[in-house]
Design a protein around this ligand. Structure first.
Ligand SMILES: [Zn+2]
Length: 52
């Protein structure tokens, strides 16, 4: 389906459909990825599972 993964809106242009994000949501998504990336450097999912 040609819907934005983030907000569920219909995507009209081919680029957005390929990314599965609208232009605005894609920018937000990339920012989030950067933030997640810095967290990953501090602690990994494997480490969390071992302690629990
Ligand atoms: Zn969206």
């Amino acid at each position: 389906m040609n819907l934005c993964t983030r907000c569920g809106r219909k995507l009209k242009d081919a680029k957005s459909i390929k990314r599965e994000f609208g232009p605005v949501c894609y920018k937000k998504y990339q920012k989030e990825l950067e933030e997640i990336g810095t967290e990953d450097n501090q602690i990994t999912i494997d480490e969390v599972e071992e302690t629990v």
